[in-house]
Design a protein around this ligand. Structure first.
Ligand SMILES: [Zn+2]
Length: 556
């Protein structure tokens, strides 16, 4: 008995070293500091316990406990390790903390697997640079300095070095890999763990996705198409800031003219699929509806894309991308369906804010030359920072307008809105005037919307879109939707439209036979009547992740 007690005492003495106590205290202080400065909530687990869903609730707390315990192990190991290991631990901590505080600053949450994919593969260098400048949170320096002081106060020893650290990282990787099917990677923890979580879960989430070719469209039209179809997806244009939608500022004089001539069929304010470009574009590309989300069987990567349908109808397909220099829409199989891919560098112009004008001229050349073209356009639009999207010296109609905005300051909200409206007006006027609709020679149909709307600091937000809260997200899903056609269309624009209606609309404009369609798509705008309107929704969750239902109501 006394021997057992001696062993227990010896074990306790070994564990309760000065390093362990300091590591424990550091983790506790980190938890408190981040609870006060960041958005870290245990609410969902408490709700689960209240709803008597003990497995999910307690399981969640267990995962949080493991991640905290792991952090104590990490800091303890680093305090007693050799010089090289310490430098590595410190650099890992700095990268993790700045990365996660940046996402917290931007979106009020830690990074996700999807964020990492977008940051690595989908974003342009310009977007990466801007995001770092806009969202860097210098409060992240506080824990970094505290950690540096701790490391300097402990003598370097050889006892714990690469081997211990390696075992710790492998252990964390094994644990997160085991739970990867059951987590969306958003459990509350500290920033270091959140960063490692995103890094470790990413390959698992990517590996479990479908990576094969899309379903084929087994139809081939015997006739050549007699029209041209242009589908324009704008960037960050909020529906209720357009003059044609009743905004109190005349942001769209040229579109007003088209409306007066009867050439513009306006559905007013529509609901976008998502509040982030990538989500909305994926939904538009395949015609998937929100009722089919989360997409746990990867239909988004299996259903035919719009280019496949266009090619089946004999269209020459074009993809004009005003934002990116590499191909990114859909999967790696999708580029083969595009006959003419024109990335952002092919619209090079003296000022980047005139890229959309160059795109409009390019569209005019194609559609006035011949019929049989299907063109998908990703406009450059007015992505934040707005000052880079219009000439501030000549087009700042609403004042005061920011001249050099580097971050969103809710205290200067009026300036933010003025700058945004100046950007919207310059961009839409220059783009649509360059399309020269009155000079169109063929039957051209242009379907227009934006990928998402915008939050303009309504509740003190420092981000502009990709939000998930019910409070702000509806303005981020608020997008314009209209068709420009000089031939008359018989439509009922009292129907409350969403992005979901656009896929079937494009198929109808191509005259793709209904019986040959591969999927049950939402109703086309050429068919929908006011009475078909239903409460509209949009998606803020992960497209593929079942752990989180991300459907929010748009019509309040
Ligand atoms: Zn966007």
């Amino acid at each position: 008995m006394s021997q057992a007690r001696t062993i227990a005492q010896a074990l306790l003495a070994k564990l309760l070293t000065r390093e362990t106590i300091v590591a424990l205290a550091f983790v506790v202080m980190l938890i408190i500091f981040e609870a006060l400065t960041l958005t870290v909530s245990f609410r969902s687990y408490i709700t689960k316990l209240e709803q008597r869903e003990y497995v999910i609730g307690l399981g969640g707390f267990f995962v949080v406990f493991i991640s905290w315990t792991w952090a104590i192990f990490f800091f303890r190991a680093s305090l007693t390790s050799n010089y090289g290991t310490r430098v590595f631990c410190f650099l890992l901590f700095v990268v993790a903390v700045f990365f996660e505080y940046g996402y917290q600053n931007a979106f009020g949450r830690f990074s996700t697997v999807e964020d990492l994919r977008i940051a690595l593969f989908d974003a342009t260098n310009e977007q990466r640079r801007n995001s770092i400048i806009v969202y860097a949170d210098w409060r992240a320096a506080i824990p970094c300095v505290a950690y540096a002081i701790l490391l300097l106060r402990f003598r370097t020893r050889r006892r714990h070095s690469w081997k211990t650290l390696g075992i710790g990282l492998v252990g964390l990787a094994c644990f997160l890999s085991l739970i990867s099917p059951y987590t969306s990677g958003q459990f509350p923890t500290i920033s270091l763990d959140a960063f490692l979580r995103t890094a470790i879960l990413s390959p698992w989430k990517w590996a479990s996705a479908y990576h094969g070719p899309r379903n084929a469209v087994n139809f081939s039209s015997p006739r050549r198409p007699q029209n041209n179809i242009v589908f324009v997806v704008d960037e960050s244009i909020r529906g209720d800031h357009l003059g044609i939608n009743g905004y109190n500022r005349a942001t769209t004089p040229y579109l007003d003219e088209l409306l007066a001539k009867g050439w513009l069929y306006n559905w007013g304010i529509a609901a976008s699929g998502g509040t982030c470009s990538e989500k909305s574009d994926s939904l538009l590309f395949t015609g998937m509806t929100l009722g089919e989300l989360p997409d746990t069987t990867f239909q988004m990567r299996r259903l035919p894309n719009i280019f496949q349908y266009a090619k089946a109808m004999g269209y020459r397909t074009h993809f004009l991308d005003g934002q990116k220099d590499t191909y990114w829409l859909g999967t790696s199989y999708d580029k083969q369906y595009i006959d003419d891919w024109q990335p952002a560098p092919s619209f090079a112009v003296a000022n980047d804010f005139d890229i959309d004008t160059v795109i409009a001229r390019r569209i005019s050349e194609v559609v006035n030359g011949s019929t049989g073209h299907f063109i998908w356009v990703i406009k450059r639009g007015v992505h934040y920072p707005y000052v880079t999207t219009f000439p501030i010296t000549t087009a700042a109609e609403w004042q005061p307008s920011d001249a050099a905005e580097t971050e969103i300051d809710p205290a200067r909200r009026e300036q933010l809105i003025n700058t945004y409206d100046n950007a919207v007006k310059y961009n839409l006027e220059s783009f649509f005037r360059a399309l020269a609709v009155s000079e169109w020679r063929n039957q051209n149909l242009l379907v227009y919307t934006s990928d998402h709307g915008q939050t303009l600091s309504e509740h003190g937000e420092r981000y502009t879109h990709c939000g998930t809260s019910m409070e702000t997200a509806p303005t981020e899903a608020n997008v314009p939707l209209f068709i420009i056609s000089r031939e008359s269309l018989s439509v009922d624009n009292q129907f409350r439209a969403s992005h979901a209606n656009l896929f079937a609309t494009l198929l109808d404009l191509m005259m793709f036979p209904k019986s040959e369609r591969q999927h049950q798509y939402a109703i086309s705008l050429l068919e929908a009547k006011a009475g078909d309107s239903r409460p509209r929704h949009f998606w803020v969750g992960d497209l593929y992740e079942k752990a989180f239902n991300g459907r929010l109501l748009f019509d309040q």
